[in-house]
Design a binder for this molecule. Sequence first.
Ligand SMILES: Cc1cc2nc3c(=O)[nH]c(=O)nc-3n(C[C@H](O)[C@H](O)[C@H](O)COP(=O)(O)OP(=O)(O)OC[C@H]3O[C@@H](n4cnc5c(N)ncnc54)[C@H](O)[C@@H]3O)c2cc1C
Length: 332
Amino acid sequence: MAKCLVIGAGIVGLTTALKLVEKNHNVTIYDCNKIGQASNNAGGIMFPLSPWNDNSKMQDLCLSGHNEYNKFFNKLSESERNEINLKKSNLLVIGSNVDASKKWLLDNKQVKSEFKKSKIQSVERTINNSVNEFILIKGINILEPKKLVNFYKKKLEENGTCITNKEFGNIDEFLHKSDNFKYDYIIISSGAWTSNIIKDKSIKIKPIKGQTMTFKAKDNLLSNTLMFDDYYIIPRGNNNFLVGSTLEDVGFDDKTTEEAKTVFNKTLSKLFTNHNTFYDKKYFFGFRPYVDREPYICKDNRHERLIYNFGHYRYGILTAIPSAKIVEKMIL
Ligand SMILES: Cc1cc2nc3c(=O)[nH]c(=O)nc-3n(C[C@H](O)[C@H](O)[C@H](O)COP(=O)(O)OP(=O)(O)OC[C@H]3O[C@@H](n4cnc5c(N)ncnc54)[C@H](O)[C@@H]3O)c2cc1C
């Protein structure tokens, strides 16, 4: 049994902590208030949206995440699935990404998909846009990430593992202090804020802000999850929907912008005639942990006991389980 300190209680840290607890390790978690900042504000599509933009290691991690969520889906009871709003959905791709998506799906045959040259209204009657071709990716897992964060927190608490409200400082200073010897392993999963902890200049991690909008519609607009150009719409049940998301390199700017509101409302009015009937609009944002490569899931090359698990950028919810499994194998 190893003593592990996990820094950061977003989906990546919580999933890692849970995996370690399941293996009977003793886990302490630190978080400095924002518990799951990016994770709580994510969409929750358990499938990569534009994987052709990522390197092959990231693509493999995403596909592995897709398979892991299928297993996770089967393992949960119906009431647990309802608790996190985990559902099977099809993902409909229309607009500018159809060709790239078609090519990627042909190269990655693990997922069932169909390319259709017919009117989109045969699948989604409410779309008024003249869409004559689309891709239907079958059996994607969709969930509400904020609910998953709470579900994991509850599971950890049931196992006697709580989250300590503490801001962790510079890791090099910590490694020189005597209390660092309390832990056999220190796992850094602090998302977009990781550069406050690791001062290694070769590791370039920064926030890429993403804004989303939730709304209610008069009737059931969509039954499938829809990707239209670079935006997606996720049905949440009871005529609730989420549209997202922006990709903004603006540091930790925490304002909802007029540009984001405009782009979401324009997307809705391009797709649906009854856009005036959308109400209860609410805006959210999260800071994705961006690195210009695949996520860092490895040991620090100077300190055997220091383990990295950060930089999952657009796919941290999807890839949290395979990432945690990699970390688990590093703990002796
Ligand atoms: C709008 C939007 C939509 C998204 N949609 C999807 C999607 O559909 N599917 C998907 O897979 N991914 C999606 N993502 C990406 C996903 O949200 C992230 O990749 C993932 O949440 C990263 O998780 P994390 O645990 O690394 O970071 P976070 O959830 O941000 O957690 C990091 C934690 O570390 C803590 N922390 C930071 N510094 C310190 C410190 N010094 N001491 C202690 N604690 C610290 C923070 O308080 C925070 O709780 C989306 C992201 C956004 C913004």
